[in-house]
Write a protein that binds this ligand. Sequence first.
Ligand SMILES: Nc1ncnc2c1ncn2[C@@H]1O[C@H](COP(=O)(O)OP(=O)(O)O)[C@@H](O)[C@H]1O
Ligand SMILES: [Mg+2]
Length: 159
Amino acid sequence: MRSATISKHTEKEQPINFFKCEFPAKSINEGFARIIASAFTSQLDPTIAEISDIKTAVSEAVTNCIVHAYKDSDKAVKQVITLSGEYYINGRVVILIKDKGCGIPNIKEAMQPLYTTLPSEERSGMGFSIMASFSDKLKVSSAVKKGTSVRLEKRINVT
Ligand SMILES: Nc1ncnc2c1ncn2[C@@H]1O[C@H](COP(=O)(O)OP(=O)(O)O)[C@@H](O)[C@H]1O
Ligand SMILES: [Mg+2]
């Protein structure tokens, strides 16, 4: 007798590889984050342009955690950034940048080109636009006083 199981839920695709790390939200770690993301993505043999796109997008997200997320936080609070990544069959790379800072009250507004809450510090307000143009998909989730999470997705051309 033959049998078949029909599952109501499609199984979540498992990544081929993944990593997760945590570091303090300090500007010295911006370059560190870029290198981790590029070293991880390098396993897929990307072009220099693909690597550079990922580094640029990751840099913007990490810089935002450093300059915005913890700007009013009590120094006693653990000011950390969590960087993680996964890649899947067909070269789909997903990078997540998370903080536990102040959060963004209106994500749609914050993502508008030129929008910045720190004009005095000469921020350009172009960070989210850069993240969107240098990745294939960008998703931002945030909760006030809880933190922000940026999910960048990029397809690397694997042959
Ligand atoms: N991780 C974050 N935590 C809190 N606020 C953020 C974060 N990332 C972005 N923002 C908010 O979104 C705005 C727009 O971000 P962005 O496009 O990178 O421009 P900029 O950093 O130049 O201000 C910021 O000015 C800030 O108010
Ligand atoms: Mg920015």
